[in-house]
Design a protein around this ligand. Structure first.
Ligand SMILES: Nc1ncnc2c1ncn2[C@@H]1O[C@H](COP(=O)(O)OP(=O)(O)O)[C@@H](O)[C@H]1O
Ligand SMILES: [Mg+2]
Length: 248
C-alpha cells in the first residue's frame, strides 16, 4: 500500500535561522486524519511546508502518494492541498470566483463547465453568495472557507491544514469542522496542525506531538495514555491564572 504521506528523517534549518526540524519521521495512511500538536515555535508550520514541497529539507525525504516532492514537485503538488494558517498568504485573485476558478482554469476547464465547478465548490463551503465579492471584503472565516474551496476544487488526495480553526468564531469553527468531518468520512487523507485538543479528539485517528522540531509522542488522541501525555506535556488549555486575586 502506498502511503498518502511519508516523511523520513527530515531536517530543516532556515537560512541563517534555527534548526526547526530535527529528524522528523511520520507517515499517514490513505484516508487517515492526523493532528500535529505542539507549542508555538515547535515546528508545525515548517513541517507542513516541507510536506507540501515548499521548503526543501537539507536531509531526509518526503513522499506524497509515493512521489518524491523534491525530485518531482509538479507531479506531487497535484496531490497536495495546503491551507495556510493565514488565508491572506494564500488568496491572490481579485474575486472569490477567480480564486476558486484558478486551478481548474490552469487545467483547461472553461465556460459552463467552469461555472458549474466553481458553484459546486463554493456551495460545499457555504460561499455561493460570495462569488462576486472582492477577496479583501471577506471576513476571516469567509476567507478560510474560500481558500479551502480553491484547494478542494482540484481534488487533492492529501490535505495539509495549518491551524484551520485558528481565529474563527464558534459558528465559523463549527461549520469548518463539519466540512472537515465530511472530507474525513469521504476518505481524504488529512494532516492538520492545531492548538485545539478537542479538534484532535473529534477528528483525528492519530495525534503527533511535536516539541522543538522532534516528534515526541504519537498515538490515538483518546484514552488514558493520551490523557497522561497531555497532562505531562502541559498541552491542556492553560490553567495559568486562578483569577486576579483580591484587590490589594
Ligand atoms: N521564515 C523563517 N525564518 C527563520 N526562522 C523561522 C521562520 N519560520 C519559522 N522559523 C522558526 O522555526 C521554528 C519553528 O517555527 P514554526 O514551524 O513556525 O512553528 P509552529 O508552527 O509550531 O509555531 C521557530 O523557532 C521559528 O522561530
Ligand atoms: Mg505555525
Amino acid at each position: 500500500m502506498v502511503e498518502a504521506l511519508h516523511i523520513r528523517d527530515v531536517h530543516y534549518t532556515y537560512p541563517g535561522g534555527p534548526e526547526a526540524l530535527k529528524g522528523v519521521t511520520l507517515s499517514l495512511k490513505p484516508g487517515e486524519t492526523a493532528a500535529l500538536l505542539g507549542y508555538n515555535g515547535s515546528g508545525k508550520t515548517t513541517l507542513l511546508l516541507v510536506a507540501a514541497g515548499l521548503l526543501k529539507p537539507q536531509q531526509g525525504e518526503v513522499l506524497v502518494a509515493g512521489i518524491n516532492v523534491s525530485r518531482n514537485p509538479a507531479n506531487a503538488r497535484r496531490h497536495i492541498g495546503l491551507l495556510f494558517q493565514d488565508p491572506d498568504d494564500q488568496l491572490f485573485n481579485p474575486t472569490v470566483f477567480d480564486e476558486i476558478a484558478f486551478a481548474p482554469r490552469l487545467l483547461g476547464v472553461e465556460g459552463d463547465e467552469l461555472h458549474a465547478l466553481v458553484e459546486e465548490y463554493a456551495g460545499l463551503v457555504g460561499a455561493k453568495h460570495l462569488l462576486n465579492r472582492p477577496i479583501h471584503t471577506l471576513s476571516l472565516g469567509e476567507k478560510k472557507r474560500v481558500a479551502l474551496a480553491s484547494i478542494l476544487v482540484y481534488k487533492p488526495s492529501l490535505l495539509l491544514l495549518d491551524e484551520p480553526l485558528a481565529g474563527l468564531d464558534p459558528p465559523g469553527a463549527a461549520s469548518l469542522l463539519a466540512l472537515l468531518c465530511r472530507l474525513h468520512r469521504q476518505g481524504t487523507s488529512i494532516l492538520l496542525s492545531t492548538q485545539n485538543i478537542w479538534l484532535a479528539e473529534a477528528l483525528a485517528d492519530k495525534a503527533h506531538i511535536i516539541e522543538d522540531g522532534k516528534i515526541v509522542w504519537s498515538g490515538p488522541p483518546r484514552g488514558p495514555e493520551w490523557e497522561k501525555t497531555l497532562e505531562e506535556r502541559k498541552l491542556y488549555p492553560p490553567k495559568l491564572f486562578s483569577g486576579c486575586g483580591s484587590p490589594g
